[in-house]
Ligand binder design. Structure first.
Ligand SMILES: Nc1ncnc2c1ncn2[C@@H]1O[C@H](COP(=O)(O)OP(=O)(O)OP(=O)(O)O)[C@@H](O)[C@H]1O
Ligand SMILES: [Mg+2]
Length: 381
């Protein structure tokens, strides 16, 4: 017992000492000159160390400092403390818990697929967070979703995992445009869902679909009863889940075919993003880089859920996650496929890993499921 206490005291001393040396070298500390003209460094102080299954430091912040100020230097703290990652969680004003993670909790592959939902208003799992719990999106409350990431970063696999959950829900119609011809192919075998336009053979068909969806949105808006600000979603008025795979590729195709087509697609999509939420339209926009030439800042801001898988540089992270700490953004430029940063209302920037859903599993999940009494799909004009 006594020996264990001594070991604990020794470990605490080493950790506290290392913390001080580390944190004093970061922007979370402040150099001041005291009354005697001597310059001193003030830094967040470890008040207590908890050594259980995890190593947790209970830290008192400097006056006026926020938990985010410490989170912003977390990668530097991890490096200095000799661990894989540091997670900072606010406990109460002026106090945080800093958990030292010996390995990246997201490095284990997440093979467990999420179960299909009965209703599209139930939360849909986007992945597993660093604390091991599911990170979800509730389409009833959310607006649109943007998935960005360099080639091979996990956008399509993440979309397989998300869309497969909608396979049996009665109150959703999956529709959209997919120049790759893969992501939405299984939905083309589901006549109880909306139209999908696949491939590059008929560029104008993609635009016709967007314009058809805008007309449907406008019609739904005129039907919103007095005293309500949005349609009542359900099997009568299902969520229109508009998936746009490889949007930049689509725009390139349209622009080379006929400039007018690209313009029409941009303007239809802008309307779906700006006005769709109240009409039960949710757009899932998938792009390699959410830059202004592809999607303007206003349209970008209409997406409540913005996920970035690995991107090329810090600026690409900032496009969808303004205010992300530079060190966190830099670290994300080398993320493993399937690991994403999520910005969503009411939660701090969250790191998650999507389940590894293979294309075959996804196709099986969508095509094997059927709905007998699902809503009719409307024809593209
Ligand atoms: N969640 C994941 N867990 C483990 N591996 C993954 C995960 N997501 C993706 N991968 C791996 O990365 C590969 C590429 O993923 P994916 O096809 O989704 O990339 P992408 O972002 O859609 O790329 P592109 O822009 O070229 O279409 C997958 O074939 C798989 O091997
Ligand atoms: Mg892809």
């Amino acid at each position: 017992m006594r020996r264990r206490r001594t070991e604990h005291e020794l470990a605490t001393t080493v950790l506290v000492d290392r913390w001080r040396q580390t944190v004093e070298g970061t922007e979370a500390s402040r150099d001041i000159t005291n009354g005697a003209g001597i310059s001193v460094t003030l830094a967040p102080v470890v008040e207590r160390v908890e050594l259980t299954d995890e190593i947790v430091l209970h830290v008192r912040l400097l006056p006026g400092q926020l938990p985010d100020d410490l989170a912003a230097v977390a990668p530097r703290l991890a490096e200095g403390m000799g661990v894989a990652a540091c997670r900072v969680v606010s406990v109460r004003p002026g106090r945080v818990r800093v958990t030292l993670l010996l390995c990246d909790p997201l490095m284990t592959e997440n093979g467990a697929l999420s179960r299909p939902v009965r209703s599209a208003l139930e939360p849909l799992v986007l992945g597993t967070g660093e604390d091991g719990t599911a990170v979800s999106v509730a389409l009833g409350a959310s607006a649109h979703l943007i998935l960005a990431g360099s080639t091979g970063s996990g956008k399509s696999v993440g979309s397989y995992g998300l869309l497969s959950q909608l396979a049996v829900a009665e109150d959703v119609r999956v529709t959209g445009s997919d120049v790759s011809g893969l992501l939405l192919a299984p939905w083309s075998k589901r006549p109880d869902h909306g139209d999908v336009v696949l491939g590059t053979a008929d560029p104008a068909a993609h635009v016709a679909l967007f314009e058809h969806l805008v007309r449907e949105m406008d019609h739904r808006i005129t039907e919103i009863p007095a005293g309500r600000d949005a349609v009542a979603l359900g099997t009568e008025v299902p969520i229109l889940f508009v998936v746009v795979e490889e949007y930049a590729g689509l725009l390139r195709l349209l622009d080379v075919t006929d400039k007018g087509l690209g313009k029409r697609a941009r303007s239809a999509l802008a309307r779906l993003l700006a006005e769709g939420r109240k009409a039960g339209v949710r757009v899932l926009l998938i792009v390699q880089r959410a830059e202004a030439a592809i999607i303007g800042a206003y349209e970008r801001s209409q997406a409540s859920h913005r996920l970035s898988y690995r991107v090329d540089n810090r600026a690409s992270v900032e496009l969808l996650h303004p205010g992300a700490a530079p060190a966190v953004a830099d670290q994300h430029t080398v993320a493993t496929p399937g690991i994403a940063l999520l910005s969503a209302p009411g939660m701090p920037l969250t790191r998650l890993r999507s389940p590894l859903c293979t294309y075959a599993q996804y196709c099986d999940a969508v095509t094997a499921a059927t709905r007998s009494d699902g809503p009719e799909s409307g024809p593209a004009a």
